[in-house]
Design a protein around this ligand. Structure first.
Ligand SMILES: NC(=O)c1ccc[n+]([C@@H]2O[C@H](COP(=O)([O-])OP(=O)(O)OC[C@H]3O[C@@H](n4cnc5c(N)ncnc54)[C@H](O)[C@@H]3O)[C@@H](O)[C@H]2O)c1
Length: 361
């Protein structure tokens, strides 16, 4: 039997959810909800959802026994309430990224997932690229060794999305929660979710404020940079922008005691192409070129399958729901992105390094 889905929030991204559910198969969208009735009605018409299952209140929608899982596609400030309500109503939840606009919201969501025993998966789809999955295995197997430093940067020279993304009341914050969350999560996920303890950061909105499209409207940041200390002694430098006078802020890499790894490649930098790495490459069905074979060796990999990350994340969700397994991206791990983002905004406000604490779940 198909997994029956109710979608909350029928704006832009709900269409991608509909496409992915249809492509992956095994799902049926049975109900939709939006606070704007016309949007919900239009979505229902487009997706063949019966008129009686169109709602403007997610609480009403959640009374439907016929719903197994809920897609939360509302803007960031409205992630917490429908997610917590759906989990408490015994539904599994697939919620869009970022997990939430605030640390308090994210914590409430993770607690509800724990108490209900239901799956909470956050739409951090870039974790599902075969390249990142492989890089994570390289790190998990100890090939890189203890990671003492990492960087996670991404740059849009001009790429402010506008719409509901530029207001605190809908998005909570700007580039950091919108696209920075992918960087933060990719790095934390690959490194095995090290616990952050201190953050020093700045944010900026200068370039957008020169643009009449955003001036006097936007109240979130277009740029952020942070220095994050982890309990294990390691440090991560994080940089992100929607708008900046540069075309690169660097890449995503980790420096370990045995080797370094670029997560963008992935590329491994080591003194040699170790037997363990050779074994992993073989077992993953990849090929590698180590140049030179000994000395300052750079190892590049080939043979990664082309994967549609939307399809990959929804397939992982479907399998977790079908087998009553845990979320493929543990919510307690994803929560660390909110811990760091909260530290970034507090540090920017106070102009000081701040302590951050991972909440008890
Ligand atoms: N995964 C991706 O690639 C990707 C891309 C874009 C956006 N997103 C995420 O998707 C989310 C939504 O983005 P969007 O572009 O679709 O925004 P949007 O503003 O187009 O749509 C949000 C919809 O939610 C509705 N809504 C708000 N509060 C509600 C509530 N309490 N109950 C029911 N409906 C409610 C709004 O009326 C609106 O129709 C954001 O969290 C964003 O970060 C993800």
């Amino acid at each position: 039997m198909a997994i029956r889905v109710g979608i909350v929030g029928t704006g832009g991204i709900s269409r991608a959810h509909h496409r992915a559910y249809t492509k992956v198969g095994g799902f049926e969208i049975v109900a939709v909800c939006d606070i704007i009735a016309e949007k919900a009605q239009q979505a229902a018409e487009n997706w063949g959802v019966p008129k009686k299952n169109v709602f403007t209140s997610y609480n009403k929608m959640l009374e439907m026994d016929e719903i197994d899982t809920v897609s939360v596609c509302t803007y960031n400030q409205a992630h917490r309430r429908p997610t917590v309500a759906a989990l408490n109503a015994g539904k599994h939840v697939f919620c869009e990224k970022p997990m939430a606009a605030t640390l308090a919201d994210a914590t409430a969501m993770v607690r509800a997932a724990k108490t209900s025993g239901k799956i909470l998966q956050i739409g951090l789809k870039s974790a599902f690229t075969p390249k990142l999955q492989f890089a994570k295995k390289v790190i998990d197997q100890g090939i890189i060794g203890g990671i003492y430093y990492s960087e996670s940067a991404r740059c849009r020279r001009r790429g402010n999305p506008g719409r509901t993304f530029i207001y605190k009341k809908t998005a909570g914050a700007g580039a950091i929660v919108d696209i920075g969350v992918y960087n933060l999560h990719n790095s934390l996920y690959a490194m095995g979710y090290p616990k952050p303890v201190r953050v020093s950061a700045i944010t900026e909105d200068y370039i957008s404020m020169q643009n009449p499209r955003f001036r006097d409207k936007m109240d979130v940041e277009e740029f952020g940079a942070a220095w994050v200390r982890f309990e294990n002694g390691g440090v991560m430098v994080f940089k992100i922008s929607w708008a900046v006078h540069q075309d690169s802020l660097g890449g995503v890499f980790c420096l370990g005691k045995n080797a370094g790894i670029s997560l963008d490649g992935p590329i491994v930098y080591a003194d040699s192409y170790s037997k363990e790495l050779q074994k992993l490459v073989k077992s993953e069905g990849l090929t590698a070129k180590a140049d030179p074979p000994e000395g300052m060796t750079t190892i590049r990999f080939k043979g990664f399958p082309e994967v549609d990350v939307w399809e990959a994340q929804m397939t992982a969700f479907r399998e977790a729901v079908k087998t009553d397994a845990v979320s493929p991206l543990p919510p307690e791990g994803v929560l660390l992105t909110n811990v760091i983002m909260d530290g970034i905004f507090r540090s920017h406000e106070s102009k000081k390094e701040v302590a951050v604490k991972v909440p008890e779940i």
